[in-house]
Structure formats: C-alpha cells, structure tokens
Design a protein around this ligand. Sequence first.
Ligand code: SAH
Ligand code: SF4
Ligand code: F3S
Length: 444
Amino acid sequence: MSEKYYIKTFGCQMNVYDSSRIADMLKKEGYEETKHQNEADIVLFNTCHIREKAAEKLFSDLGRAHLIQLERSEAGKDTIIGVVGCVVQAEDEQIIKRAPYVDFAVGPLMYHKIPQLLQKIQQNREEHGFVETDFPAESKFDFLPENRAQGACSYLAVQEGCNNFCTYCVVPYTRGVEYSRPVAEVVKEAKRLVETGTLEINLLGQNVNSYHGEDENGKERGLAYLLHKIAEIDGLKRIRYTTSYPADMSDDLIACHKDISILMPYLHLPVQSGSDRILKAMNRRHNSADYLRVVEKLYAANPLLKMSSDFIVGFPGESDDDFQKTLDIVNKVKYIQAFSFKYSRRAGTPAAVMDNQVEEKVKKERLDILQTLLFDYQDKFNKSCIGKTMPVLLEQKGRHKGQLIGRTPYMQNLHVETKSDNMNKIINVVVSEATTNSLSGKEI
Ligand code: SAH
Ligand code: SF4
Ligand code: F3S
C-alpha cells in the first residue's frame, strides 16, 4: 500500500496553485492523497502570513497535528510533518523552535526540494527539522513534473513575487522579487490543463498584470499577449486573471475585455482605500482618480464587466474623512464582490512602525460599516440577475440529491437541480432566486 499525504492550504489562490503542484510532485513519487489527516503519513501545511490571524491559526493546527503524530506513533505509524509557504519565509528557523516536532519547513520558492527532504528524513528518522528559505536563482517551475487539471477550473501561476512594497504588506518579503514565466511554458501548461479536463483557467500572479514573460524570440511580452495566446487553445471555455495592480492596467490589457470573448466579464482590481492621502502612505502607485479612470475604460471596453476589490480599513493615520472617501469609491464603482480587512500590523513592514496606529475599536466600527455597504451592492447585483439566463460551470455536488453547484461568469455560486453527468460542464440556467451569497435557478 502506498504512503498517503494530506495538505491543508491557507491564504491566497497562489497557495492553492502551489499545493496542487506539490501534489503533482508527491503523486509522481508514488504517494496517494488523503482528505483525512489522521491516516496521512505526510502532513503538509501550506501557510499564509498576510495578516496576524492567518499566521496564528497555523500554530493551533500544528499543535493538533502533533497530537495525531503521537497517537499514530503509539500504533507504530510514522508521520512526517512539513510546513511550506509564506509563514516559513517570514519565520524561518523560528518555526522549528516554536514547534520542534515539525520535520521540515520550506519557503514558497523552494518547494521543489520537498521530495529530496522527504527521502532524507525517511532514510534517517533521527535527523529532521530542516529549513529551506533561499530565494534561488533558478525558477522553481523548472523542476516541477507535468501538471494536471485541478478540476473543471484550474489555476495557472504565470507570475510570482512583487516589487511594489506597499507599506503594509509582507508579500515582497515572502515571495521575493517579481518573476514572469516564459510564454511558451505557460501555454504548454495551459494546453495540458485543457487536455486533462479544464474548461476554465485562472491565470495567477501577485501582480498578474505586471507579467512580462519572454516569447520564443526572447522578446518580452505583456499579459495581453499571453491572454490572446491562451484564448486560442481549443476546448478552453473561460479565462480569468488575478490579482491585478491598478497602475499596471495597460490599454492593450483593457482592450482584451472587448476582444477576447472567453475572457470573463469580471475583474478583481484591489483599490485598498479611496483616500489619496492614505494611498500615498500605503505606497500605492495610483490615486483614486487614476483608479476610477481605469474602471471607466474597463466599463467602456465591456459594458457587462463588473468589478471586485480588496479594502483595508484603519491603516495608520486613517481619519473619519479618509474612511468616508473609501465609502465614496464603493458608491462610484459599485463592486459586486469584495474582501475587506482591518489593517494588521506585520513585523518588518514600514507601516507597522508608523506612530499613528488606529484603535482596534475604530477599525472594527469602520469594517462593519464598509461591509454593510459592500454586501448591499453584492445583494443588489445578485437580485438583478433574477430572470436572466446565465451559463454556469458546474463543479461541486450540492447538499440535496440531484443538485449541483457552479459558478456564473461573475463568480457567483449558483445551485441548480440537474443530472449528475452535467458535473464539470457548462449549462444554461435561468436564475430564479438570489441571496447575498448565492443564486439558484432552473436549467433550460
Ligand atoms: N497583490 C495584491 C494583493 C495581495 S494581498 C494587490 O496589490 O492588490 C491580498 C490582500 O490582503 C490585499 O489586497 C490587502 O487588502 C490585504 N492585506 C495585505 N496586507 C495586509 C495587512 N497588513 N493588513 C490587512 N490586510 C492586508
Ligand atoms: Fe502586497 Fe502591494 Fe505587492 Fe499587492 S502590490 S502583493 S498589496 S506589496
Ligand atoms: Fe498569504 Fe503568501 Fe498569498 S502571505 S496571501 S499565501 S502570497
């Protein structure tokens, strides 16, 4: 019987993609996936360091994993515990100091080392506690085995790292400098995803629209070029890309929203704040007028396009007036979905040592007000879909028998009664009901 691995993933889509590539690697080595942690011979946590809560959660999970490790050991079974991802890059050796039962810890740019580390540990169980946090010169993507579809919807990383250094953010420290994969490599991976069952590809990058990969002739190409190449793949039905940085939304990329019919009419373009003073303190390369100009161009390129965003409330120095400007921009753009967070102080970032930190109570009040407004727009948009026909890509079983759940072009969850062999297909549905979080409808 082959050995089993279990992966728990925290954080952003990039981590979801990374976990799928780690799984590709482990499968190639002969391991089998399990969804049950207590039957896993290898337990991996793919971690996120973006906000304090995300990082703290890891240590409670690790404590639980240790108990399972001890229980299994009494039954004569070995369990290797590994931590990968952004927390490792930030905490380095501290992870092993805080959780000495962790057998290895590998940063996000080094996960191609995992099979070697596993072998080393299995050969000599006395030796463990390895930490790998280099930013290697070579690309980790060069060492990965062939990918497979993650389902009808797959992620594909095309760019990694960030040179923007927003003053609140750990990503430039955990993922390193910007790197773009060559065009041919991305197209090859995309084709393989489609061949193995993917209908929708979501191109990923910490700043995906700063993509500047080389083509076969060594010429640098932007994301617009890459999107056109990928759109040519036979059998691919939907394309998305995320996350984009407002100042890098070029006109040729905006034009893709008019010219590429399978590019979904939905764009995640985080503004963070509506106040120019705060955007400046955040070191964002856009002000609110720049942002609104981009949004206008996008709406002109495709009048059906809708937007989503990320927001931070309570950034150091944010006044009531600054916060009001955030509400104002929400009212202008009318986002149909959004993520909003209280500012979290991250050690090593410039904002963490700014002396005008906002009180927790004020952050909470502002978050409540912002979320009420955002949910209101989300709810209105969902209700406006009632009576409309939408193509839905079905990817999950519903709670009731005969029910499947899929995504609309706008990333809304939609529940529908349909035959089970429609799983992983796109069907047309007339929307009959809508709540803030989901839609339901009838197949036509
Ligand atoms: N590259 C993307 C965002 C990546 S991080 C961009 O520039 O938009 C995802 C989101 O986490 C950010 O958009 C931001 O809203 C939030 N975030 C990052 N650091 C944070 C912090 N210190 N406190 C609270 N939210 C934070
Ligand atoms: Fe973080 Fe800013 Fe880079 Fe986004 S652009 S990953 S928020 S530093
Ligand atoms: Fe978190 Fe790292 Fe993504 S810090 S948000 S997992 S890039």
